[in-house]
Design a protein around this ligand. Structure first.
Ligand code: F6P
Length: 356
């Protein structure tokens, strides 16, 4: 068997652990592995297909990023080319991917990615490509799996940042509003906000009322707690309003922390500052949990191939098993923070404002 591995979409700490798990799992069976560089770019003349042996995956478990490179602009079904006048055209290059897949005599593909990349994998599988998926994203928003690798690391980075903000917020008696990633899911904000003891946590699943946010700040002030920490998911939105976009055309979220800080300052008279953690949450070494999950997912992907579970994705299922679920099923419903989850109940029990 010749197995190809690709990493697509935004990177997430733990990708290299998946690659190592998959490569060593394949070699263990006497199979051969190659890596498609830069998403599917390596099959489309944009980059190359490289051999992946034990040497290539040595000492990479603890490294952030992906040794294969990645892109979130490489959908072969909707390939975008820029004309000299700056305009964009779109074409379907999926047949070319399949032809080059055959040209390289690849027997099976391990597609590692978030919902976008897994949807590409599902569509390639529908066109006959034998493949299995591995869910990846710091946002933790892929359906069917309890966790995706990268999430734990992002939460750890965000928690550390919130911890550090406490002292400067307290010294200056300010309101600090921290924006974390997560797209339309509030997992990073909720988990890091709880762990970092934020006073207010704003998530997309619970549209907020700015007056409720200000109430919390005022109540703390009245008790002599003259500073407050607000954690806002980048996709958080006010009741009856919409999410804030840095680049609406490209659907790039951003700016909610600054908007909330300005509003809180205007309404409470307290000095407020905002900061955006951004890609720091995706960089650096994966946590132990993400390394392990990555290795387990990578090795499990090879077991799925050995069992011929084509069109399936590895998933962490309760209590602690890595199982196979059809990509269709995983992609049918993106995961969101459940309003009846114990994490939400914990926030309410602790007196943390969720802005509602
Ligand atoms: O999906 C992962 C993620 O980091 C989101 O949390 C964020 O909205 C987005 O990717 C940022 O994408 P980019 O790297 O293209 O700026």
């Amino acid at each position: 068997m010749k197995i190809a591995i690709t990493t697509g979409g935004g990177d997430a700490p733990g990708l290299n652990a998946v690659i190592r798990g998959a490569v060593l799992g394949a070699l263990h069976r006497g199979w051969e592995c190659v890596g498609i560089r830069r998403g599917y770019g390596g099959l489309l003349g944009e980059d190359s297909v490289i051999p992946l042996g034990a040497d290539q995956v040595r000492g990479i478990t603890h490294l952030g990023g992906t040794i294969l490179g990645t892109t979130n602009r490489g959908n072969p079904f909707h390939w975008r080319d820029r004309a000299p006048d700056g305009s964009w055209t779109e074409r379907d290059r999926s047949d070319e991917v399949i032809r080059n897949f055959q040209f390289h005599e690849i027997d099976a593909l391990v597609a590692i990615g978030g919902d976008g990349s897994l949807a590409i994998a599902r569509d390639l599988h529908a066109k006959g490509v034998p493949l299995v998926g591995v869910p990846k994203t710091i946002d933790n928003d892929v359906g069917g799996t309890v966790a995706t690798f990268g999430f734990d690391t992002a939460v750890a980075v965000a928690t550390d940042a919130i911890d550090r903000l406490h002292s400067t917020a307290e010294s200056h008696e300010r309101v600090m509003v921290v924006e974390v990633m997560g797209r339309n899911a509030g997992f990073i904000a909720l988990h890091a906000g709880l762990a970092g003891t934020a006073d207010v946590i704003l998530i997309p699943e619970i549209p907020f009322d700015i007056e409720k946010v200000c109430d919390k700040v005022r109540r703390r002030d009245a008790r002599g707690r003259r500073f407050s920490i607000v954690v806002a998911a980048e996709g958080a939105l006010p009741k009856g309003g919409t999410a804030t976009f840095k680049d609406p055309e490209a659907h790039r979220l951003g700016g909610i922390a600054e908007a909330v800080a300005r509003d809180v300052e205007a309404r409470t008279g307290k000095e407020a500052r905002s900061l955006v953690l951004g890609h720091l949450q995706r960089g650096g070494s994966p946590t132990t949990f993400d390394r392990l999950l990555g290795l387990r997912f990578g090795a499990a992907a090879i077991r799925l191939i050995a069992e011929g579970k084509w069109g399936c994705m590895v998933a962490l299922t309760p209590p602690h098993r890595v199982a196979a679920i059809p990509l269709d099923q995983a992609l049918a419903t993106p995961k969101r923070v459940q309003l009846d989850s114990d994490a939400v109940a914990t926030a309410r029990d602790l007196g943390t404002s969720l802005g509602d």
